[in-house]
Ligand binder design. Structure first.
Ligand SMILES: Cc1cc2nc3c(=O)[nH]c(=O)nc-3n(C[C@H](O)[C@H](O)[C@H](O)COP(=O)(O)OP(=O)(O)OC[C@H]3O[C@@H](n4cnc5c(N)ncnc54)[C@H](O)[C@@H]3O)c2cc1C
Length: 433
């Protein structure tokens, strides 16, 4: 059988487009297939693109790509229904190019990236949902769409989280939706006049502010974090919740963002904004969500489809890993193309590259994070404990001031948090972070 392309890439997200750009730059004939009407139309992401991985293929991307703003400040904190406790990280180095991170809206960035793939020489076809991978025995020989097989020696699967193309195949024999590794992200975007936005968040032109919150605003057992990022003339905000923590009807997904927005600190942050976009998407993060393998005969899997989303409660980083793994998949495919060998033995080079790039170590080393992050006490007790402690510390009171130790014990008693649990959670946090 004659091959139609040297490499087929499925999914024009960050992983797929980065791979296609590198493949085309490297002289391979590459087909990039996207199910959305155009790249980005089906994408949703909270919106901070960390790092400079794209510079490997697009040296001036920070000036050329339609990013929103560059990040200058990050706020972390606890929210209860009526209190907020947070601290800001503000680093002067973040104000200098090349910037450490940017807020992005995927409808804009993904379209631009797919265009770059096309300009580099890739064949980009949108509005094409690939039905399945074409298997001959244990080898992937291309993709099937509309009953037709398009063939290539190597297929890079970059179809995102909950990858349908790999489920039930040797790549990912079983779904892992039921476990703690699966989170649901729900996001809304509010339009706000840029001058008002900059004044409200004390930003200069082009600068972005980001917030991440541990949410103690839901019924006990519901484990969720909240985020708020500033774009050019919009604010992205939303909630990421452990799917398992919603079981039993403790709360309903559609109410979560509503409750978050009603919290006074958040309500003030988006006051006067007009809702222009909303959506929801699953996130499978961490080592537990990896497939059975990252490569095999004729295939490689990159980005979210391979479970490469790092989320530790302080940052959520998936786009940078998607780009990095997409680029490593492309390099591996180019070497396989040059050697005329797309066997699993040759494509094993992908795992070596992921190891050398630090990707596998990042996920292996922080395997225990989900246990720490999805500990119900973090959400049910700590926001109330921390805000109660500060309330007590700042209360001028009537009589004598109490020693910090006593105040802490008082706050613990007020929320029902035992010292053993506090000590244990502290140690776990230090060990796993
Ligand atoms: C609410 C939320 C907030 C997030 N916040 C951040 C953040 O702040 N920073 C960060 O770095 N990461 C964040 N992430 C994670 C980040 O969005 C992902 O890690 C990243 O998008 C992964 O890129 P990808 O290319 O692997 O997959 P995707 O971006 O999901 O791209 C996959 C593409 O494949 C296409 N596709 C799927 N199936 C098919 C098919 N059968 N045929 C053809 N095309 C197909 C899809 O339409 C899509 O375009 C967040 C995620 C969510 C849900």
């Amino acid at each position: 059988m004659v091959d139609d392309f040297d490499v087929i890439v499925v999914g024009a997200g960050m992983a797929g487009s980065a791979a296609a750009i590198r493949l085309a730059q490297g002289g391979a004939s590459v087909l990039l297939l996207e199910r959305g009407a155009e790249a980005g139309s089906k994408n949703l992401s909270g919106g901070i693109l960390w790092g400079n991985d794209l510079a490997r293929v697009l040296p001036n991307w920070q000036e050329a790509m339609p990013v929103e703003r560059h990040l200058v400040r990050k706020r972390f904190g606890f929210l209860t229904p009526d209190r907020a406790l947070s601290f800001d990280f503000d680093d002067s180095a973040w104000r200098k190019a090349p910037y450490v991170a940017h807020t992005v809206l995927r409808a804009r960035t993904d379209r631009w990236l797919a265009q770059k793939a096309e300009e580099a020489g890739a064949t980009v076809v949108s509005g094409v949902p690939v039905e399945r991978l074409a298997w001959e025995g244990r080898t992937v020989v291309g993709v099937v769409q509309g009953g037709e097989t398009t063939r290539a020696p190597v297929t890079i699967v970059a179809d995102g989280t909950n990858s349908r193309l790999t489920l039930g195949t040797p790549i990912r024999p079983k779904a892992r939706l039921e476990d703690d590794a699966t989170e649901l992200g729900i996001k809304e975007v509010y339009r706000l006049d840029p001058a008002r936005l900059e004044e409200r968040f004390q930003l200069g032109p082009g600068e972005a502010h980001a917030e991440e919150w541990v949410l103690g605003i839901y019924p006990p057992g519901v484990m969720a974090g909240g985020f708020l990022y500033t774009n050019r003339d919009t604010i992205s905000l939303g909630v990421v919740v452990s799917v398992a923590s919603l079981y039993g009807g403790k709360a309903y997904a559609h109410d979560l963002v509503e409750t978050f927005k009603q919290q006074p600190t958040i309500r003030r942050a988006i006051e006067g904004g007009e809702l222009v976009e909303y959506g929801a998407k699953l996130i499978s993060s961490g080592w537990a969500s990896r497939p059975a393998a990252f490569h095999g005969d004729g295939w490689l899997v990159a980005g979210d489809a391979a479970g490469f989303v790092f989320s530790n409660g302080i940052v959520i980083q998936g786009m940078n890993y998607a780009i990095r793994t997409g680029l490593e998949a492309a390099e591996t495919s180019l070497a396989a193309h040059a050697a005329r060998d797309a066997s699993a033995a040759r494509l094993a080079d992908y795992d070596r590259r992921l190891e050398a790039a630090g990707v596998l170590a990042d996920f292996r080393d922080f395997e225990g994070l989900d246990r720490v992050k999805w500990n119900a006490r973090i959400y049910s007790y700590y926001p109330r404990f921390a805000t109660e402690l500060f309330h007590e510390l700042m209360d001028p009171g009537e009589g004598r001031k109490e020693h910090l130790w006593r105040t802490m014990r008082k706050a613990q008693r007020a929320v029902g948090l035992g010292s053993g649990a506090l000590l244990w959670d502290g140690l776990e946090l230090v060990r796993e972070m």
